[in-house]
Design a protein around this ligand. Structure first.
Ligand SMILES: *Cc1c(COP(=O)(O)O)cnc(C)c1O
Length: 198
């Protein structure tokens, strides 16, 4: 995925003209403005923290929400997706970094959320996998360990809740600075921003 946050439209169009169709943004306002201005065959992912009261603005068009980190948020996504008569793909954001500020769930919290989703039989969200951000550090051993932890959560979730669900297959990890480590640890979805743009 090309992460186009803060990039002007012409930079996005330049990548689009080379064939890129998957873009990610981290702010709802910026995302909706770009969605309206750009070609409609672009697939948009929201990768940043999402407030419940903003889900309604993106529900009509978003294809994947990467950073689901609470029960209230997934309930609102189900509600708004239902209003738009859509299915929205979601990833559960796990806390893997050693930094205080990063959002994300523990395995127990995620398991509780998925148990409730399955009990209530949500019809408008697909939980498609997991997402995480490694610590911003030069220590490659630490980064690799954090990605390995996320892969472990994916495997455990698959086994505990999604063994029959073919759509549960994504591990969203890796950015410009750590994508090679992420790829070697099994990333299925790299979120690449700064190194793609001038
Ligand atoms: C900005 C951002 C990226 C991309 O970061 P780069 O270092 O520019 O590649 C990936 N994931 C998230 C959640 C981001 O906010």
């Amino acid at each position: 995925m090309a992460v186009s946050k803060t990039q002007p439209l012409e930079h996005i169009v330049a990548l689009y003209e080379q064939g890129q169709r998957l873009f990610g943004e981290n702010r709802v306002q910026e995302l909706t403005t770009k969605y309206e201005a750009l070609p409609k065959d672009i697939e948009w992912h929201l990768i940043g923290h999402l407030q419940t009261n903003k889900v309604k603005y993106i529900a009509p068009f978003i294809s994947m929400i990467h950073a689901v980190d609470s029960w209230d948020l997934i309930v609102e996504i189900e509600k708004q997706a239902s209003k738009s008569n859509r299915m929205i793909d979601c990833l559960l954001q796990f806390y893997i970094a050693s930094e205080e500020t990063k959002f994300g769930l523990s395995y127990e919290e995620a398991a509780q959320i998925v148990t409730q989703i399955q009990a209530m039989n949500f019809q408008h969200v697909h939980i498609c996998g997991v997402m995480g951000m490694a610590t911003n550090t030069d220590d490659e051993v630490q980064i690799r360990n954090e990605f390995r932890t996320l892969h472990g959560y994916f495997t455990q979730m698959k086994q505990d809740f999604f063994s029959d669900a073919s759509h549960f297959k994504e591990i969203s990890m890796g950015m410009s600075g750590d994508w090679e480590i992420a790829l070697s640890e099994g990333s299925t979805l790299l979120r690449i921003g700064s190194i793609l743009f001038p």
